[in-house]
Every structure is written in C-alpha cells, then in structure tokens.
Design a binder for this molecule. Structure first.
Ligand SMILES: *Cc1c(COP(=O)(O)O)cnc(C)c1O
Length: 358
C-alpha cells in the first residue's frame, strides 16, 4: 500500500520512477554495481549527469544561451549565491511574497547589502501577489514564482529589462515558462523533480561573466561550477540519477504543456471543493492568485476541526495535509506526482468531512 502524498517537500515521486530505480538499485544496467557506487568521473555516471541536463533543456526549450548547474545547499544557499555573484554595485530589487523571499532579503543583508523591497503582500498575510514595478536598471530583480506556504503563484512573470531571478523551488517543471527575461531560475529538486540533495540552477550565460563580490569563495562562484560542468567536486550522484529518471517521466507524460493541463485540472478539483462547501472551508489565497501546486485552506466553520481533518485524512491514507507551522490550517501540495484521481479522493474526503461536521 502506498499513501497518497500531499506533503510539501520532500514528497512523493512517481511510482514508476521508484520502481525503475529499485530494479537497477544493486546492478545498474547489468554493469554489476549501483550507480551510487561509481566515480562521478566515469562515463557511466556522466551519461546520467549530462542526460539530466539535456532533458531539462528539452523540457523548457532552452538552448545554449543558458547553463544548467547541479549544486547543493538547497534554495537556502542560493539566497546567498545570488547576491554574491550578481550584485554589481547597483540596486538589487526584491518582491516580498512570503517566508522564502523574506529569507532571501535577509540573507542579502548579511553581506552588507541593502536590497530594495519594491513590493510586498505582508500586510494581508501574503494572500496575493502584489503589483510589482521593477526598474530596468537593477543588477537583478528577485521573485519567488510559487509561494509554497501561502499557496499563491504568479500567473505570468513580471516584465523588466533587469535579469529576473526566480526561486521556482515549488513550481519547477509544472508548466512551460517564457524565458525571455529570466536571468536565473533555481530550486531544490525535492518538490517536483526528485529527492532532496540537488539544487538545479538555470543561469543565462552572460551573467557568468559578472565579477562576484570581493572574497567570494571559489565554491560559491557560479562560474566555478559552470566551467566544471557541475563536476567541480563530487556531485550528489544518486539524487541526480533520480532527477534524470523524473525528468524522463515528465517527458513521457507529454512534456510541460501536458503536465500543465493535468495540474490545472487537479487544482480545480480542490478549489471547487473549497468554494462549493458553503463556507465550511475557506482558501487562504485570493482567488486570482491561487497556486496550482499548493492549496492552503482553513476549516472556516471551526478551526478546532483542522487537526481532526488531518488525522482522519491520514487514516484514509492521505499524508502530509497539515498546514505549515507559520500559517496553520490545512495544505494540500499537489506536485506533478499527485494524480487527478488523488485529488478527486481528497475532494470526496473533504465533502464527506464537511457533511459530517457541518
Ligand atoms: C522549500 C522551499 C525553499 C527551501 O528549500 P531548501 O532546498 O530547503 O533550501 C525555498 N523556496 C521555496 C519557494 C520553497 O518552496
């Protein structure tokens, strides 16, 4: 029996990916060893490493103008690496849409920088994406495309001539993206692309030519990793192997256009259950700003029912529905590996719970 996994991350991977990995766990392609037991300099591993990069290019339709990096340290290390590598003595602009952008802003401050917060939705508990006017001359403009905790998401990326830096940790590979002003798109793999341990950074090549801030260690320079094709030191080989399999799975689903359609359908099922509950449930995000990946809501009728909802859902094999500790309530994270049927099961459970407790 496998649980239906609504966890925010790490979270469920497609069963076929896990089965594939299981089948060759001790004996990779008949070579007599596990993929995690060989050198990252071997041809066998290199095929996996570069295969994963090729699939990411293919999925997003990006060419040679971008470099794809496999790093470690999660999104948190990027909060530091972004200013270290992209700050050029000018202004750096951030839109504050929740905990993750707030952390990125604070991290830039630890370097003595003064990020300009050009927009924020903090006054309304981050329940929407604010109107943003980035200047065109900033060293970079920074956003988080999907706010995992509050369940808000950009429907399109803000326009600016400054390189746009996007924390896409929780909506990576969930839909096609217009790369025309993306400077850097990054995120940990553990929400939509694989297990924890590898951070994917897609960076426009001209940005690799910027001089990092003084005293930036070799390891924290994007160029170090770009020049070494993300083999500067030992990469998290097993995580990248699973990333490669997951990217193949996304391609097999029909790519990002097909994935986007499935994801919209899934989100619609849950938002319909919330909106059709006669006020029993209430979504956190304003309707036009709702996330297709994280559905955060409350039992508006009586918040004391929330832990009971989570406990009963667990008994029905539904995992990970407790809201983030900062927001409370309930959150269903419906990343790529969650199916339409899984969302229907949750919607049915929600209706039944409301009927019994309404
Ligand atoms: C989960 C998450 C993070 C934190 O990621 P780590 O890999 O744990 O550093 C940052 N940003 C967003 C949007 C997230 O969802």
């Amino acid at each position: 029996m496998r649980m239906i996994n609504f966890s925010a991350g790490p979270t469920g991977l497609p069963l076929s990916v896990l089965e594939h990995a299981k089948a060759e766990f001790t004996n990779y392609k008949g070579e007599g060893y596990s993929i995690m037991e060989i050198s990252h300099r071997s041809k066998t591993y290199e095929d996996v490493h570069f295969g994963a990069m090729d699939k990411i290019r293919k999925l997003y339709g990006i060419g040679d103008e971008y470099e794809i990096l496999f790093l470690q340290g999660g999104a948190h290390l990027q909060f530091a690496m972004i200013p270290l590598n992209l700050y050029q003595g000018g202004v750096i602009e951030y839109a504050n849409t929740g905990v993750w952008t707030d952390k990125a802003i604070k991290e830039a401050r630890t370097m003595g920088l003064e990020p300009s917060v050009v927009a924020s939705s903090e006054n309304s508990a981050f329940d929407h994406i604010p109107q943003i006017n980035f200047s065109d001359s900033a060293d970079y403009a920074y956003i988080c495309s999907n706010n995992t905790i509050y369940g808000t998401q950009y429907k399109s990326l803000p326009k600016t001539k400054a390189p746009l830096v996007v924390d896409a940790s929780s909506d990576f590979f969930s839909k096609p993206l217009d790369f025309s002003n993306i400077g850097v798109l990054y995120g940990g793999a553990q929400k939509n692309a694989g297990p924890s341990g590898v951070t994917i950074v897609i960076i426009r090549k001209d940005l690799l030519e910027r001089d990092p801030m003084p005293h930036t260690p070799t390891f924290l320079r994007f160029k170090t990793h770009a020049d070494a094709k993300s083999l500067y030191n030992t990469p998290p080989t097993f995580a990248i192997y699973l990333l490669n399999l997951t990217m193949q799975w996304v391609l097999d689903q029909g790519g990002l256009n097909a994935i986007k359609e499935i994801n919209s359908k899934k989100a619609q099922i849950l938002y319909d259950a919330i909106d059709g509950s006669g006020g029993f449930y209430k979504g956190h995000a304003q309707k036009e700003h709702r996330s297709v990946m994280n559905v955060s809501f409350n039992v508006a009728k009586n918040s004391e029912l929330e832990p009971i909802f989570v406990a009963q859902a667990l008994k029905n094999n539904m995992l990970g529905l407790k809201g983030h500790r900062l927001l409370g309530g309930i959150r269903a994270s419906i990343y790529n590996a969650v199916s339409v049927g899984d969302c229907e099961a949750l919607a049915d459970f929600m209706k039944e719970f409301a009927r019994k407790n309404g």
